[in-house]
Design a protein around this ligand. Structure first.
Ligand code: FAD
Length: 471
């Protein structure tokens, strides 16, 4: 139903009538109706000062900050849940497991650590015990692994030099830089296999993109907090739930168009909303897809940034087994696949939950291909790798859960990366407000901490403060 020109009161009346009608006809359960009425009512109480699009951590931190400063933000969220790329699954397994973000990367001075401490949310510091299995399924010795890490670190310096020398070449990728370094050294096949494992684990999985798509100069142009990483045993969503408390949030509200005029008009599947200021926090993937129409069109420089930044893919495959057959003390177990990209790493969930669960990852183009497969086939691929590592007799998983972030219409990817064509100031251009009406937050707008929860969180606060300063 097109309700573009309907005022809010008429829209509410109609929503309530339609909802009650649907309930009476037995089309939707009562809880859903109650929810609809409650949300519609909450939104109708007062006109919001600021509309925030997206209830991920950036949108919620913006709304939280505005509310703390006496303002009336309204959050519009397309999904039927809050959290966005923070998504704790409490149904599939006996313990809550995160399908999006898992770790606080670098606990020292990290704002997420501070928030968890303030709210008494338990976090657990984790180690990085790596075990690597070669293509025959034999464990690599620690000395061998240390030597490999050293060799890889040295190569990174050479890669950086080559990237610098090729600065003027717009099509030069990180892959090309590595190819050049590998050629210069004339490594053996075995050495290349080992170095490829390092590249895949440390770069392609971390940045969720293939070397061929990453900028040779800017791929690791992000800052980090010090200290170890940490996980939330009861789920990352404790952070988003805390931020969301007491906020006015309308879920299942898909924003289709944002028009600037005297006020900003936001058109959704559930009516039209207006406010003096709007903060857009939807993922870069959604902006790239053009799912939201901006009127007038976004400034050319912002459009350029949207197109030049990359949206990467990292997918998770949780598998619960009847019992543990792997090294109970390892954190990470890597397989040195001949074909770089084919399922080489698993995270030992047992170590922290005592549940016999392994978490496998797919990244970059390999993940995009895997998203087209049925769950059964993805698990089969994982199992064939695990069988090389742990023998043919290992049992099949009894429960599985697989993500498909690239196909998700409210994300179209897992997190942003600096692509071959990315400019150093693209993230600032993406973050740049349009006048005093339209603001942008979200992980991709963080030049310092893109692709992280803390990065997204800080951008929400940044834009909230910007609006508070204007007012
Ligand atoms: C698999 C995976 C693993 C990760 N691991 C980590 C990790 O361990 N540590 C870490 O720090 N970070 C990690 N990240 C990154 C981190 O999750 C994100 O950087 C962060 O959560 C992004 O928050 P955000 O608010 O910017 O975006 P989002 O959380 O995506 O929020 C944007 C919101 O906008 C909504 N939306 C989209 N389109 C519309 C529309 N048209 N109308 C209304 N609403 C809309 C979305 O539904 C979403 O809720 C991971 C991400 C993934 C996917």
């Amino acid at each position: 139903m097109e309700i573009k020109d309907m005022n809010r009161r008429t829209f509410l009346k109609r929503t309530i009538t339609v909802a009650l009608g649907a309930w009476l006809l037995g089309m939707i359960p009562f809880e859903k109706i109650a929810n609809t009425l409650f949300e519609a009512n909450a939104a109708s109480d007062t006109e919001p000062d600021v509309i925030i699009i997206g209830a991920g951590v950036a949108g919620l931190s913006a709304a939280y900050t505005l509310k703390q400063n006496g303002m009336k933000p309204l959050v519009l969220e397309a999904r039927n849940r809050i959290g966005g790329r923070i998504w704790t699954d409490k149904q599939s397994f006996d313990k809550p497991l995160d399908l999006g973000a898992t770790w606080i990367h670098g606990v020292t001075n990290n704002p997420i650590t501070k928030l968890a401490k303030q709210q008494n949310i338990q976090i657990l510091h984790v180690e990085e015990q790596d075990v690597v299995y070669n293509k025959l399924g034999k464990k690599m010795t620690e000395d061998h692994l240390d030597a490999l890490e050293k060799k890889y670190d040295d190569l990174l310096e050479e890669v950086a030099d080559i990237a610098e020398a090729e600065s003027d070449n717009p099509t030069f990728s990180l892959q090309k830089a590595f190819d050049q370094v590998f050629r210069n050294h004339g490594f053996t096949k075995q050495e290349l296999l080992e170095l490829n494992l390092m590249v895949h684990t440390n770069i392609e999985h971390e940045y969720a993109a293939d070397l061929a798509d990453l900028s040779p100069k800017l791929w690791n142009d992000d800052g980090e907090f010090g200290g170890v990483d940490a996980i939330f045993l009861k789920g990352y969503d404790q952070i988003t739930s805390f931020l969301a408390k007491g906020l006015s949030i309308k879920t299942e509200t898909i924003v289709r168009e944002i028009s600037l005029g005297e006020q900003v008009t936001v058109t959704t599947n559930r009516g039209v909303f207006t406010a003096d200021h709007v903060i857009v926090t939807v993922p870069l993937g959604v902006l790239k897809k053009g799912s939201i129409k901006f009127s007038p069109a976004l400034p050319a420089r912002k459009q350029q940034a949207i197109s030049q930044l990359g949206m990467g893919v990292l997918d998770k495959v949780y598998m619960q087994f009847p019992s543990v057959f792997w090294d109970k003390n390892a954190d990470w177990m890597h397989y040195m696949a001949a074909d770089r990209g084919s399922l080489p790493e698993f995270y030992n969930i047992y170590k922290y939950t005592k549940q016999p669960i392994l978490l496998g990852f797919n990244a970059g183009s390999f993940a995009k291909k895997a998203e087209k497969l049925a769950d059964k086939e993805v698990v089969l691929q994982m199992m064939s790798t695990l069988k090389v590592m742990f023998g043919n007799k290992i049992p099949n998983p009894v429960r599985t859960k697989i993500t498909r972030w690239s196909s998700d219409p409210y994300a179209y990817g897992s997190y942003s990366y600096n692509a071959v064509l990315t400019n150093a100031d693209d993230r600032d251009a993406l973050a740049e407000p349009v006048g005093e009406q339209l603001f942008f937050a979200g992980e991709a707008t963080s030049a310092d901490y893109f692709a992280t929860v803390h990065g997204a969180y800080l951008t929400g606060i940044r834009e909230a403060k910007r609006i508070i300063e204007i007012l």
